[in-house]
Design a protein around this ligand. Structure first.
Ligand SMILES: O=c1nc[nH]c2cc3[nH]c(NCCN4CCCCC4)nc3cc12
Ligand SMILES: [Zn+2]
Length: 373
């Protein structure tokens, strides 16, 4: 029995949207789903109990960060990441390639792997398919991501072609050493913004029969229309009986479009990052809590929200905390934004099950103010 399995509940008849359940050794969760990001074994400012209470079924953590600090040996000695951070839900770990590019001081990419300098202390480090798999086996995450190169945007065709071919060879090397029966290894589709390379990447990865597939190399600065075009082209070629994961996405409008194209899983630092910048996410757009308009606004952040912040505090109080640089203010906004995304995904899933996803999408996009208020 594979560690990770996908159960289709309902396929929207008019679009790629679908509702399902993903089963893992640390529990099952409904899809579409948004994964809170706990990069360094903590979802910033939020406790595992609060994550559980808000309905989070799976969180994301990063191989790159935990490899550098505290090191995967320590986490293994603690009994794995679930024990170390006292989270008994599912965990997905990204493989480190993307973070090396976006954080590390990249030294060299070879067929063997990537040599870079740590962003923490500048020491020389090496990551490869084998090292990434060893770290993720030490961490004991339920879903392990293959070690890949996230092709930067823009990239010329020849570079994208060579890099994608290497990512396929790296995926094979990951599969050969990922021997834990309790962990599922997902392949990551690359191909840059070239449809023929995306098709080649999908075909080569599907041949290896992974339990799930991520669409990589997107949300890297390309226009949203181009992301959706690549998504549309890529997802339709992926197996219907396996989960599809769009990495690093995203804002509510991108989540709706991703679901429409058949994506089941999402992750993004957005909700906790904007919370730390003093911003609340709502159905009608973002509230910049420092704004004077909230000075004497004694309503909750969002009417109808059941989160701890909205049940106990007002916009006026949270505005005061943010202006006074009180940490509690940022915690309340993180709790609200994460709960908002859980509610958002739940409503979207219900609309698919009740065959009214098209209406949900139109209503949401018509009312969503893309800019911050
Ligand atoms: O191709 C990928 N392979 C492995 N991991 C990835 C992670 C990714 N994260 C993103 N985008 C994250 C964009 N995010 C938006 C909010 C602010 C910080 C950056 N694309 C990704 C592609 C990949
Ligand atoms: Zn709330």
């Amino acid at each position: 029995m594979p560690a990770i399995t996908y159960e289709l509940i309902k396929q929207d008849p008019a679009t790629g949207a679908r509702a399902g359940i993903i089963h893992t050794p640390h529990g099952s969760f409904p899809t579409p789903i948004f994964m809170p990001v706990g990069t360094q074994a903590s979802v910033k400012g939020v406790s595992p109990e609060e994550l559980h209470d808000m309905g989070a079924g799976i969180i994301l953590s990063n191989t790159y960060h935990l490899f550098l600090r505290p090191g995967s040996d320590l986490v293994r000695e603690a009994g794995g990441l679930h024990k170390f951070m006292n989270w008994d839900g599912a965990i997905l770990t990204d493989s480190g390639g993307f973070q090396v590019f976006s954080l590390g001081d990249l030294r060299k990419i070879t067929e063997e792997g990537v040599t870079f300098r740590s962003h923490i202390d500048g020491s020389k480090k090496f990551l490869s398919p084998e090292v990434s798999m060893k770290v993720q086996m030490d961490l004991g995450s339920d879903i392990v991501m293959a070690f890949d190169e996230c092709i930067p945007y823009p990239a010329d065709y020849d570079y994208a072609k060579a890099s994608t071919a290497r990512t396929t060879r790296w995926a094979q090397r990951c599969k050969e050493v990922m021997t834990s029966p309790h962990q599922g290894l997902f392949g990551i589709v690359q191909g840059g913004m070239y449809k023929d390379l995306r098709t080649r990447s999908v075909n080569e990865l599907v041949e290896m029969d992974f339990p799930g597939y991520a669409v990589g190399g997107l949300s890297v600065g390309e226009p949203k229309e181009l992301m959706y075009e690549m998504l549309d082209h890529t997802v339709e070629q992926l197996p219907k009986d396996k989960p599809r994961y769009l990495m690093g996405v995203g804002t509510p409008d991108c989540l709706v479009e991703g679901v429409m194209h058949g994506i089941d899983m999402f992750d993004c630092v957005f909700p906790t990052r904007v919370a730390r910048n003093g911003t609340a996410m709502t159905w009608n757009g973002r509230l910049v809590m420092k704004n004077a308009e909230f000075t004497s606004d004694f309503r909750p952040l969002e009417e109808g929200c059941d989160c701890y912040a909205c049940r106990n505090f007002s916009r006026a109080y949270i505005r005061h905390l943010v202006r006074a640089n009180e940490i509690f203010g940022l915690r309340l906004l993180s709790l609200h934004n994460l709960r908002f995304l859980q509610r958002f995904m739940h409503e979207m899933r219900q609309s698919i099950i009740e065959e009214r996803f098209g209406e949900f999408r139109r209503n949401f996009l018509d009312n969503y103010n893309y800019g911050a208020k």
